[in-house]
Design a protein around this ligand. Structure first.
Ligand SMILES: Cc1cc2nc3c(=O)[nH]c(=O)nc-3n(C[C@H](O)[C@H](O)[C@H](O)COP(=O)(O)OP(=O)(O)OC[C@H]3O[C@@H](n4cnc5c(N)ncnc54)[C@H](O)[C@@H]3O)c2cc1C
Length: 206
């Protein structure tokens, strides 16, 4: 799996960042300062987070390019509705031209690895046979397993990310989506350190 930050909300030309803050944190601070006709201050972020004034965190969006997660992981990710998704299409991508990749869980090893590999190969052989017989990609894909790797771009605002981190970084969440959101957290902390430090510190207190 590879996760890259593709885009992040920043300031328009001519709007300086709040001193000592990144552009993404500054957008949130400027929004908060409107509420109180107050001078923009870095401490406003933590204050809002602690008081539950979380709508201000909707002003900053992050777009991620994700490569090589399984369709099983995709199904979990796209349950989060306050987001936008653009996903590699199995209707239009023809895996006889560019072979499909597969995600391999660590728990499948030894004797089970042999069976798993055989099944993936069988699925691909069947896909090729269907395509050769004139079945379109949108129907041939029915034989592809949940392990099939997919690429996508998704966008979420900081508030929805807090919610996803709550659910998907929990130890009960599935390993692949945990890995995805662990990487997402690393990326957003670089761009909005005050926002996500306020979130992380609060989580540790609870
Ligand atoms: C450990 C775990 C196990 C799971 N197991 C299953 C399972 O077995 N089967 C299954 O089907 N799903 C399962 N899920 C998925 C889960 O039910 C949710 O669909 C998914 O986590 C998205 O969360 P959400 O609905 O809170 O969030 P989002 O869609 O991200 O929405 C964010 C928040 O917005 C609000 N919101 C969004 N839409 C509405 C709405 N229509 N009405 C009211 N409020 C709304 C809610 O407050 C919601 O929490 C599981 C999730 C986890 C984390």
């Amino acid at each position: 799996m590879e996760v890259k930050l593709l885009a992040c909300t920043g300031l328009a030309e001519g709007t300086p960042p709040v001193p000592g803050c990144t552009e993404a944190d500054s957008v949130i601070i400027y929004a908060v300062s409107q509420c109180y006709q107050a001078k923009p201050q870095p401490g406003m972020i933590r204050n809002c987070f602690e008081r539950g004034h979380h709508s201000v965190f909707e002003h900053v969006h992050f777009s991620f390019a994700v490569h090589g997660i399984s369709r099983a992981c995709l199904a979990q990710l796209t349950r989060h509705r306050l987001a936008s998704y653009t996903v590699e299409s199995q209707r239009y991508c023809d895996y006889t031209k560019k072979p499909a990749g597969f995600v391999w869980p660590d728990t499948i090893e030894g004797g089970t690895a042999k069976k798993y590999r055989a099944l993936l190969e069988q699925a691909m052989t069947c896909y090729h046979e269907l395509r050769a017989a004139g079945v379109p990609p949108e129907d041939a894909r029915f034989v592809l397993p949940q392990a099939t790797a997919v690429n996508l771009v998704f966008t979420m605002n900081a508030r929805e990310l807090f919610h996803c981190f709550d659910l998907r970084l929990d130890r009960h969440a599935q390993w692949e989506i945990r890995r995805l959101f662990a990487r997402v957290l690393q990326l957003v902390r670089e761009r909005a350190p005050l926002t996500f430090a306020a979130y992380a510190d609060r989580k540790e207190e609870l």
